[in-house]
Design a protein around this ligand. Structure first.
Ligand SMILES: Cc1ncc(COP(=O)(O)O)c(C=O)c1O
Length: 412
């Protein structure tokens, strides 16, 4: 990266990742064509350097941004996925989308080489609880010290009190950050990867067997005659252009300048008025959606609310008679909800199963439309619910007065 753009980028990242993120001179930063390119480059370098190999186990915290699932399944990578599932619930049975200790404890297994973590999560859009982050830290210290963690924190600025794994255990983490979300700048393709200079990645590289080092000396011979001393961060840049296939690496000068301007804008906004406005914008849209739906959500200080994942089966189980839930599962496919929304309300939502989330869940993004549009979408979903009520009535499953109750303001 250009010197000043890199310095400014590091300072911005340091300012949003929370206490403990290494000082600028203890961090390497590489600007990429958005977060998606960052992900690809990281996996390429991990594989090129034999830090990952086909058949290795990687843990993925799910539900998760689909490309991470796809990457693991690519035949050229052939990784064994271990899902760490957001199985947490609130006392009323609705999803909190947090992770139980049992799920996190899967990471104790040292055969798991990599953890993919998105924080705040996508699609559930909650910040991972501090206790869970502390548990991961403890597991790394006590059971799995070589665990490599990709922490993808592209939604970090949408919630207060955020502290990234890259600040808690910088030695083990590779951070992915994108400017697409907070600055509404997807088309600019601005992302960064950061790694701490003191990183377990370099220790793992140094410990590679001699024959692997020999292969890697040949791989990087066009860049250096001392390949052994190339750091992971340097290899990442070289691999991003297949060492010599592209003559240049990284994003263009104008893109880097735009990245620096966005970073400066936030650093200099000491009142954080833009941050409050951006958070307020998605919060207003979520409220409009809920009003349209005539539903509520369990209050949750960890909810980021950039997306919302609605699990219709969980809702039905909590609010409708068991006979109806059975009828629903027997008569419909989870995708019917999506097709109905598309046909009746011209609304495109994504199915939760695509994220390895609950099959009857859908994800709505609160990033794209005006608040009023979300009210309309909420009403459209609610209309479906009235249809459900009529169906329950027609099945004579429950006394009428109960049915009137179940159509009002329940928690999603
Ligand atoms: C978790 C996560 N990482 C990365 C990206 C990709 O961002 P970019 O637009 O910078 O490629 C997204 C976009 O949805 C995302 O949700």
């Amino acid at each position: 990266m250009l010197n000043y753009c890199s310095e400014i980028g590091k300072r911005y990242i340091g300012s949003i990742m929370g206490e403990g993120f290494p000082e600028p001179d203890a961090v390497d930063i590489f600007a990429t064509e958005g977060g998606t390119a960052a992900m690809r480059y990281i996996f390429d370098t991990l594989f090129a350097n034999r830090l990952l190999a086909p058949g290795d186990s990687i843990a993925i915290m799910a539900p998760v941004f689909t490309p991470y699932l796809n990457i693991a399944d690519l035949p050229m990578y052939g990784l064994n996925k271990v899902l760490v599932e957001a199985d947490g619930t609130f006392p009323n049975g609705s999803h909190s989308w947090q992770f139980s200790d049992e799920q996190i404890d899967k990471l104790r297994d040292p055969s798991i080489k990599l953890l993919v973590c998105i924080n705040p999560t996508n699609p559930p859009s909650v910040r991972i609880a501090d206790e869970t982050i502390a548990r991961i830290e403890k597991i790394v210290h006590e059971d799995n010290p070589n665990l490599i963690i990709i922490t993808d924190d592209v939604y970090s600025t949408f919630i207060d009190g955020f502290r990234s794994l890259s600040a808690v255990i910088p030695q083990n983490t590779i951070l992915v950050y994108s400017y697409s979300k907070y600055f509404g700048a997807t088309g600019w393709r601005l992302g960064v990867i950061t790694t701490a200079r003191d990183t377990v990645l370099d220790k793992l590289l140094a410990a590679l067997p001699d024959e692997t080092k020999e292969i890697l000396r040949a791989r990087y011979s066009l860049s250096t005659d001392d390949a052994d001393s190339l750091t992971f961060a340097q290899r990442l840049v070289a691999d991003s252009r297949d060492v010599a296939l592209n003559h240049t690496a990284g994003i263009s000068g104008p893109q880097q300048v735009q990245l620096a301007l966005f970073s400066l804008f936030d650093i200099l906004d000491t009142e954080k008025s833009y941050r409050k406005a951006a958070q307020g914008l998605v919060a207003d849209r979520l409220n409009a959606l809920l009003e349209g739906l005539d539903s509520t959500l369990t209050p949750d200080p960890l909810r980021t609310g950039y997306y919302i994942e609605i699990d219709f089966l969980s809702f039905a189980k909590r609010h409708y008679p068991t006979e109806f839930v059975e009828f629903l599962e027997k008569t419909y496919e989870p995708a019917d909800v999506l097709f109905r929304l598309a046909a009746q309300a011209e609304t495109v939502a994504l199915n939760g199963s695509g994220f390895d989330g609950p099959p009857w869940s859908i994800r709505l993004s609160l990033a794209n439309l005006n608040a009023e549009d979300y009210r309309t979408i909420g009403k459209a979903i609610r209309k479906g619910r009235r249809g459900v009520r009529r169906r329950v009535e027609s099945l004579c499953l429950s006394p009428r007065d109960t049915l009137v109750e179940i159509d009002r303001g329940q928690e999603l």
